[in-house]
Design a protein around this ligand. Sequence first.
Ligand SMILES: [Zn+2]
Length: 613
Amino acid sequence: MNYSGAFIPTLREVPADAVIASHRLMFRAGLLRKLANGLFAYLPLGLRSFRKVEQIIREEMDAIGALEIKPTVVVPGELWKESGRWDSMGESMLRVKNRLDNDFVVSPTAEEAFTAIVRDELSSYRQLPLALYQINTKFRDEIRPRYGVMRGREFVMKDAYSWHTDDKSLDDTYQAMGRAYRRIFKRCGLSVIPVKADSGAMGGSGSEEFMVESEIGDNTLILCKKCDYAANSEKAACAPDFTPSSSIEDAKAAAVNTPAFEKIDTPNVKTIDELCAFLKTEPQTFIKTLIYRAVNVELDLSSAPACAKLQRKKPSAEAPAVYTEAFFAVAIRGDLDVNEVKLASALKASEVSLASDTDVVRLTNTPVGFAGPVGLTALPLIVDRTVTGMNDAVTGALEKDLHYKHVAYGRDFTAWMIEDVRTVKAGDHCSLCSGELYTKMGNELGHIFKLGYKYTRSMNVSYLDENGKSQMPIMGCYGIGVDRTLASVIEEHHDEAGIIWPVSVAPYHVIIVPIKYDGAVKESADKLATELTSAGIEVLLDDRSERPGVKFNDADLTGIPWRVVIGDKGLAQNIPQVEIKRRSEKDSTMTDLDKASADIVKKIREEIARLNN
Ligand SMILES: [Zn+2]
């Protein structure tokens, strides 16, 4: 391809809203333009790299036996009503009505569409396992799209879904997907951090996220300095820094030397810091009690205190009862924070948040700041594991300006539920090896997940087993953001001058820069381009009548992995010479013109092989 006809509108200026390297460079190198906030058009150079990422994903999906299909982007709203997500998806889902007043959805994700397709075709266990995927456009009406295609409104995802007769079969596909994901990211030249969900409702190995380090990442990762433990802070666990009680008897025994709890006057003292100053002690000696409001709770609350103001929604034999709203008290050691994602997962709730002051006063009958676990009968009490090791603590006394001291778990109060809900932070210790934990910010590129029966149940999918009995298949889902993967490649591979593409996803492999596209130079450049092209190498030939400096800058900015400079001086040598330079390296080498083609082909093949293995 000749540069002059390639439509590569490079820019000197950086767009004002571009704060990250990939956003800046995709605009400056002429890969991308903005149509509206969060809506981007790929120009020819950008689309070439985009297609290569897609193709790597496609090859790896095909290699594990997943089958590509192409559903529509616009799907009937009915499917979303069936799954129950018409109500729960909220404002980020773009809904439209057609001229007949029918509801449609511009797909934000595709569980419903895939499940509906399979439901209509599935009849026998012989059709399973089945894994289908698409590489398709999605839309989410993000409130604040930012960082270019890293967080756009319209984007492309590879999403795969699988159906199985049993857990073993699901696990086989899940593991194969995990291996395929590792290959995909490696082939794209990306260093990913696989993060396993190691707690919560879905069990030990039911979810794995593939993260890249990013200062603007949405996720805080907790990593171990000594082993390969990596977890999302939303789910991270850590080694206990306390001695837990294994039973109530155990806890009572530990409190045998603790005096009976007693009230202390704490006038105008509300926060932990104020209390520490007042009592001249450390936050670790306090139990703080927080009141949370949870919505769409699927946990069985029949044994919970009645005045938790519970409302049931559509309980039935098949569907578990859902409580649209419920309140809980959470007791945790004073120096720690409650992790709301862990709490929501423990309560099987779609969302938890701190209760309003009005609700706190109404439910505890106490001004805000004096809640405590002793005598708190109005709410189910969730006790963080740390608290089970506390046998001489200070707590709120459920009365204004009063606290209790000498409070012991097990003796003075018990839990409705004991759970690990603490936020793990840098400096805590690894639960696997006791190494010190540290944090990194990360962006999620991919996620593999055992879905279970959520959609096959709500959307009524079944097949007949060997005995002719109707069964429900179990599902897995597996996503990769294509745009985000591409942007992350640039984040990881760039310098001051521009992009440094790994050869596997570069828009072209080689850029040939004739100093002056004329005469013998033109002849040699054209010949080299033809030789390389016929060897399957993708060549961009800079045929423009620009100054060499301009051409070199554009070559660096667009990040083509290999640059060949051809000039009169080199050609005038005894044996005509060209200059070959790798974009990622500082120095160039002179090579015989007639060996240049074979030399470049060899280097590119070696590099692709290295990324593929
Ligand atoms: Zn460790």
